[in-house]
Every structure is written in structure tokens, then in C-alpha cells.
Design a protein around this ligand. Structure first.
Ligand code: SAH
Ligand code: DHB
Ligand code: MG
Length: 230
């Protein structure tokens, strides 16, 4: 190939491939479709995980036999429904959300998806609700998905560890941000939050971690996988 040929396909291709896999592996789903529709109709931002990423959360939760899942950042409940569907009948997912409007939209979506009995929304800023979860002995969780405000990711990771046991899988969304994560001089407070969390992870002997870059319908971003080992 001549050196001027772009080596990275255009974003349009990422969408086409996401759609290809969605059609093949992820059958049309009335409850999930209605969740995204209701989110849009209520004016919520379309920042839910993609369908392939939602399915990844589901596959991971099933792989580890998760019975207790914690999510930070509910939005309309799209990712929560994917994970809740991986739970056994007596499993439980707690999801933290500070916007009451988002929580209302999500609650209706959990009911429509038939997972309301397994899902509990804790309303409030996660930095307030996380200490309460610790105080009431809600942990340990088997899977923790961090996806709320990025500035607080370092704190969320620290709380997630307190709610973990050896074997807990902690996932963090949006850890690449179009590559900005590798910029030590970034002035974006979201990216600074992710970098600070990454430094905590790197210095934490109780975890072993990796991160994967992703492209797709949500653009260029990435997901961190942090396994608690001690
Ligand atoms: N996990 C969802 C997307 C979450 S978007 C999905 O993939 O379907 C991030 C959510 O975090 C938003 O709903 C936002 O209101 C919520 N959020 C932002 N800051 C928060 C905070 N401090 N505490 C709790 N929730 C917060
Ligand atoms: C955005 C995407 C996310 O997955 C998220 O959790 C927050 C924001 C965004 O694209 O802005
Ligand atoms: Mg996200």
C-alpha cells in the first residue's frame, strides 16, 4: 500500500461493522429497542453503551456467574438491562443514578424488560450512595461497571474496591476518549479523571488490569478490565 493510503477505516465503516455484528449476533429486541426510544423521547443523551458492548457486559456477567452486580451511572437502563438479563432468578443489580428524571425513565424500562424485580436504582450522587452501600454491607459484588461522571472515576475505583472480593471484575467505560487518555498534559477534566484512576489501578497490588481500545457506533473509546486478585 502506498504510504498515503489511510490505514484506519473511516468512522462510517465502524458503524457498518457494529451493525453487521448486531444483526448477526444480537437479535432485534423489543425491550432494548423501547429503552433507547424512551431515552430519546425523554431527551436523555444517547451515551448508552453500543449493542455489541452491552452484549459484552452480558457475556462477561454470565461468564463469571455473576449474582450481584453494581453499576455506576444508570441513564435509561440500557446497560443495566443487558447485565440484569445475565443474572439468575435470585440475582440482584444495584445501579446508581443522581438524575431523578433518568431514574424514572430507567425504572419504566426495567419494568418493560421484565427485570424490575432484580434491579434496584439508588438515587443520589454516587459519592453519597457508595458509602451507604458499604455501611449496609451490600457488597461484595461480583461485577462492578463504572460509567458515571468521569471526573470522579478515581473515587469510584476506590469505592469499587471496598465493595469487592478477590475475583470481582471491575469494568470502567470511556477510558480512551479518542486517544486523549495518553496525553499527560490534557486539560479535559474527564480525561484527567480517567488518568488518575489508571494511576491508582497501576499502584494497587490487589488488582491486575488491562484496557482495550474500541471503535464502533460510539466512536473511538475503550473499556478497562480490572480483576481483583487479593
Ligand atoms: N450505563 C449507561 C450510561 C450511563 S451515562 C448505559 O450504558 O446505558 C452516565 C450516567 O451517570 C448519567 O445518567 C448521569 O446522570 C449519571 N451520573 C453522572 N454523574 C453522576 C453522579 N455523580 N452520581 C450518580 N450518577 C451520575
Ligand atoms: C459519553 C459516552 C459515554 O459512554 C459516557 O458514559 C459518557 C459520555 C460521550 O460520548 O460523551
Ligand atoms: Mg459510558
Amino acid at each position: 500500500m502506498p504510504p498515503t493510503t489511510p490505514q484506519v477505516p473511516a468512522e462510517e465503516t465502524w458503524n457498518v461493522v457494529d451493525e453487521y455484528y448486531r444483526q448477526l449476533f444480537i437479535p432485534a429486541d423489543a425491550a432494548l429497542d423501547a429503552t433507547l426510544k424512551s431515552s430519546d423521547a425523554a431527551g436523555l443523551p444517547a451515551i448508552n453503551v453500543s449493542a455489541p458492548a452491552g452484549k459484552l457486559l452480558h457475556v462477561l456477567a454470565r461468564s463469571i456467574g455473576a449474582r450481584r452486580i453494581l453499576e455506576l451511572g444508570t441513564l435509561a437502563g440500557y446497560s443495566a438491562i443487558w447485565m440484569a438479563r445475565a443474572l439468575p432468578a435470585d440475582g440482584k443489580l444495584i445501579t446508581l443514578e443522581f438524575d431523578p428524571k433518568h431514574a424514572d425513565v430507567a425504572q419504566a424500562n426495567f419494568a418493560r424488560a421484565g427485570v424490575a424485580s432484580k434491579v434496584e436504582i439508588r438515587l443520589g450522587a454516587a459519592l453519597d450512595t457508595l458509602p451507604k452501600l458499604v455501611a449496609e454491607g451490600a457488597g461484595p459484588f461480583d461485577l462492578i461497571f463504572i460509567d458515571a461522571d468521569k471526573q470522579n472515576y478515581p473515587h469510584y475505583f476506590t469505592w469499587a474496591l471496598k465493595l469487592s472480593r478477590p475475583g470481582t471484575l471491575i469494568l470502567a467505560d470511556n477510558v480512551v476518549r479518542k486517544g486523549a487518555v495518553a496525553d499527560a498534559h490534557t486539560t479535559d477534566s474527564n480525561v484527567q479523571g480517567v488518568r488518575k484512576m489508571n494511576e491508582l489501578i497501576a499502584a494497587e497490588p490487589r488488582v491486575t488490569a488491562t484496557a482495550m481500545q474500541t471503535v464502533g457506533s460510539k466512536g473511538y473509546d475503550g473499556l478497562a478490565f480490572v480483576l481483583v486478585v487479593g
